[in-house]
Design a protein around this ligand. Sequence first.
Ligand code: NAP
Length: 279
Amino acid sequence: MDGKRLAATVRDEVAASVAELGHVGIATVLVGDDPASHVYINLKHKAAEAAGLEPRDHRLPPETTEADVLALVAELNADDGVDGILVQLPLPGHIDEATVIEAIDPAKDIDGIHPSNAGRLYLGRPTLIPGTPLGVMRILEEYDIPLEGVNACVLGRSAIVGKPMSQLLLQANATVTVCHSRTRGLDKHTRAADVLVAAVGRPHFVTEAMVKQGGTVVDVGLTRTGDGLHGDVHPDVAKVASHLTPVPGGVGPMTIAMVLQNTVTAARARRAGLANPAH
Ligand code: NAP
């Protein structure tokens, strides 16, 4: 399943929406000098600019105080030219991530991580949803993967990937099993899965023997090692899976495209005076 090609389609859709809306602003906040975070922010800015959004790039030194980050977030919340706010995680240890996330206006929370948005997702109400699980759902839709009534297994339970992923699959009427580091008999769960989403962060963790014959496998994992970028899924899984996302070129490009789509969704909702964005 080609996420790179589909991401280009989503970015075209975003560009058409931006042209229609006239102006869509996206602000990013990066604190510190984590090289991976700078790479992610650069990719997001490049994609935002190419789709016609107006990006604002806030890069703050590692010693920035929590109060200063909160002041910047408050400024961006109040700025009518900013439709979406993205605070790159992780933040340095002296800054409380939960406090910063809760300070973001939920209507501009294009990462879908504010507790109010996470709660709305849990309740099945319209909201801003994290880009990665949203991108996975778009991939599954694009390739006509049936979800209703099937067994779906999500490996990982993080707030940004595993949990929202399981909620979206549940909303699509799959029977969802969420596995994590304490799960006993993991293979039994993964082998029963018609759709398996791996978001563990361990290179080649999912082997051929763990996958159902003819199953669909989505590889969210991204781990950089000395010999390149690796997913959570071993390449041999291609021998048993009917559908599989590659790494790179699978979920990664979709995540960025969906964050841009969320910005358009947030912009439309604000312009329409809606309290909450609707998908
Ligand atoms: P995370 O917060 O570290 O969560 C990892 C999850 O995997 C946890 O729930 C953990 O269980 C579980 N886990 C760890 N070891 C396990 C094991 N041996 N068996 C079963 N479960 C195990 O990571 P994340 O933020 O969700 O990200 C996961 C991966 O996706 C990473 O490689 C990350 O780089 C990648 N990612 C990619 C994109 C993209 O755009 N493609 C976006 C976001 C993340 P516990 O909860 O019990 O600790």
